[in-house]
Design a protein around this ligand. Structure first.
Ligand SMILES: [Zn+2]
Length: 311
């Protein structure tokens, strides 16, 4: 019985892995990037890449190394050093990013991604390379590098009823680079509008807002969010009733979470019974093209989103 459950879980994992594309946004739960055979050989089968061949061995750009399978941040460039061993070496990892487990050889300590279990390499101590005296010896192929200067834009995800109206307002907001209507919060890959409409997928109609942090802030956008929908409606938004129309902020950073909670507290103190859920981003799938920029395409105006001053 135990075996059957195990095989079933593996099958589910394989199915989920084969359905997903590569995204730079960190994914939660079991939605992982598709791995190529050479990546699988190291990340899943725990083999080691040939030394001196990995693309990050002699590499010293400033930025963050992410897990190739799940995009979780693992190491920072300032912790990287050259141990002369042929693999990228780090004397520190990002807090709680990696897990140490005994290697199957019974001698070494293996390191895996704490989020998805991807094999990264091994950790050694007492070699005296740096003052921390730790060497995380990592396969280049297990990682994806995100340069610091790539962080010129930020994304925020707001669900506040029908995404046509939510997108309409964010699109006009200063500092917003692009908006995409879509679905967040559910598990099924590539949900369709019809599926989400049934109200039982866990997905909510959501707008992805990409913005320039030098021109606006998450807080400004979140304040706008609370003023273009009714954050106190418990069963949907306006005439749209169902779980797919509930109010959510799907945060992607700790700062976004804190800001959202701060604004909800302010609104509650003002007497609004805010029911907006603040939760980590769980999947974002763009909606069908028909739903994108709906009001600018049709020249109509939103039927259930009216800007109301609340702050
Ligand atoms: Zn991972």
């Amino acid at each position: 019985m135990k075996n059957t459950t195990y095989i079933f879980s593996i099958l589910i994992l394989l199915i989920l892995n084969s359905c997903t594309g590569t995204k730079m946004v960190k994914q939660t739960s079991t939605e992982y990037n598709k791995l190529f055979s050479e990546e699988k050989r190291v990340i899943i089968d725990k083999e080691t890449e040939i030394p001196y061949t990995g693309k990050y061995y002699k590499f010293d750009e400033k930025g963050t190394y992410l897990c190739k399978q799940c995009n979780a941040p693992l190491f920072r460039s300032e912790d990287k050093f050259d141990a002369g061993c042929g693999w990228p070496s780090f004397d520190n990892a990002i807090n709680n990013a990696i897990k140490e487990i005994p290697d199957r050889d019974g001698i070494r300590t293996e390191i895996v991604c704490a989020n998805c279990g991807a094999h990264l390499g091994h950790v050694f101590t007492g070699e005296g390379f740096t003052s921390k005296d730790v060497r995380h010896c990592v396969n280049s192929i297990s990682m994806q590098f995100l340069p610091d200067n790539d962080r010129t834009t930020e994304k925020a995800y707001f669900a506040g009823g029908c995404f046509w109206g939510v997108e309409f307002y964010f699109k006009q907001s200063e500092g917003v680079i692009s908006t995409t209507a879509g679905y967040s919060g559910g598990d099924v890959p590539h949900p369709s509008y019809n599926q989400v409409s049934r109200g039982n997928t866990g997905y909510a109609e959501t707008v992805e807002v990409e913005f320039d942090p030098s021109k606006t802030t998450f807080e400004k956008l979140a304040r706008l969010f609370f003023e273009i929908h009714d954050p106190a409606q418990t069963n949907g938004q306006g005439p749209d009733i169902g779980s797919q129309y509930l109010s959510y902020i799907f945060y992607t950073t700790v700062e976004q979470k804190k800001t959202s909670e701060k604004l909800i507290k302010i609104l509650k103190e003002k007497g609004y019974s805010v029911v907006t859920k603040v939760t980590p981003l769980k999947n974002f799938w763009p909606a069908e093209s028909f739903h994108q920029d709906y009001y600018s395409k049709t020249g109509k105006t939103p039927y259930c989103h009216i800007k109301t001053k609340r702050f």
